[in-house]
Design a protein around this ligand. Structure first.
Ligand code: ADP
Length: 368
């Protein structure tokens, strides 16, 4: 068992068209440094300087970010549970980083296919994943996982859920009236969502199709900072199972989670927000606060109580944030002076996250 810090990467997004009037307040030092990079946020009133495993300047491309997580994806194929998080203010680039640029327009919900009980059985529409340009961390990871299936006999189960207003929904279920699902825990499976569909996926294009399908079911809303702001937290999971037992007769089984968190948002005084929007905002901010508390406790040397049960998000991530999972946080920030307070909050969160120690261990189950 190896002990390591939770890995943290900061991605700075460039100023967008509507921010042209604002200046950039974020700078970085030691960009080519092998160990850590420093990020500074400075204006007349604020100052923050902090070191992280990696800070990606605004000119970084999707491949640069993927290189940061790729060794951990490789480890997940060797039996280590792995979770990749995207955390940041609404409009800071979480979806861009996790899914890809202009994702919704380039990847509409696929039509004309059906999924039976637990297997994707027929696809009449192809969602080719051959050209990864512009794609974010999830499609690139899918591609890496399926490259390994050609040399190793792996079975991949996929599920995709969202937590919306503190309720869990299956994003892959074909129903007009989705039912909220409950979290359960037992000795055999640990923490799991009862009734969540898991599909056996045989190739990367099918997996990509499920990703696009699930993503199209996610709740989005136009906010001040983002036209398609995600209003729910999502977890896309690939459960990777080998059929080759090692010398001791054990099989490797690991969970690879991608968690795209809904962004924190401030009350918009200029534009009247609907009651529904306010409710969403309150629930998102509450669950992100719970996540912050859990991270804070995990980072302390002696913690008495870790409040996993305070929100659905932290309860579900208990396994992933616990001590036996390799976790990488990608915190996204805008360099614009108009976002400085949120940027500082995000960096403070990321700073706390890097104090968390993780003892990654291989998941092996008896083949008998
Ligand atoms: P979030 O998911 O954090 O709410 P998005 O990922 O949807 O935010 O990004 C908001 C907007 O910023 C989108 O128009 C997106 O294309 C753009 N954007 C985000 N990150 C980058 C980046 N690194 N480079 C260029 N544009 C970006």
């Amino acid at each position: 068992m190896t002990s390591e810090h939770l890995k943290v990467g900061i991605r700075i997004r460039p100023l967008l068209g509507h921010e042209a009037a604002f200046e950039s307040v974020v700078s970085i030092e030691n960009v080519n440094h092998i160990q850590e990079t420093t990020v500074n946020v400075v204006d007349g009133e604020h100052f923050l300087s902090s070191k992280f495993d990696k800070v990606f300047p605004s000119i970084s491309n999707q491949e640069n970010i993927f290189e940061f997580i790729s060794p951990s994806i490789q480890q997940s194929l060797k039996g280590f549970n792995t979770t990749i998080f995207a955390y940041g203010q609404t409009g800071s680039g979480k979806t861009y980083s996790m899914f890809g640029s202009n994702w919704e327009n380039n990847n509409p919900a696929p039509q004309n296919y059906y999924i039976s009980t637990n297997k994707l059985t027929k696809i009449t529409e192809n969602h080719p994943l051959d050209n990864l340009e512009g794609h974010g961390l999830i499609p690139r990871s899918i591609s890496q996982v399926f490259e390994s299936t050609s040399t190793e006999n792996l079975t991949i189960y996929t599920s995709f859920l969202q937590i919306y207003n503190e309720k869990i929904f299956d994003l892959l279920q074909e129903t007009s009236n989705p039912r909220p699902l409950a979290i359960r825990e037992n000795k055999m499976y640990g923490i799991f969502v009862e009734g969540l569909a898991e599909y056996i996926v045989e190739n990367k294009n099918d997996c990509f199709l499920l990703l696009a399908k699930g993503d199209s079911n996610r709740v989005v809303r136009q906010t001040k900072l983002n036209q398609h702001s995600s209003r729910s937290h999502t977890i896309f999971q690939m459960l990777i199972e080998t059929d080759k037992a090692n010398k001791k007769g054990a099989l490797k089984k690991s969970k690879l989670n991608f968690c795209d968190l809904a962004g924190s948002e401030k009350y918009d005084k200029e534009n009247k927000m609907t009651n529904e929007h306010i409710k969403e905002m309150t629930q998102i901010n509450k669950s992100l606060t719970s996540l912050g508390k859990v991270i804070h406790e995990l980072g302390r040397k002696k913690s008495i109580h870790i409040p996993y049960r305070d929100s659905k998000l932290t309860r579900l991530l208990q396994d992933s944030l616990g001590l036996s999972t390799r976790t990488i946080l990608i915190a996204t920030i805008s360099s614009s002076s108009s976002c400085i307070e949120e940027t500082i909050n995000t960096l403070k969160f990321a700073d706390r996250a890097k104090q968390v120690m993780v003892k990654a261990k291989k998941n092996e189950v008896s083949a008998l």
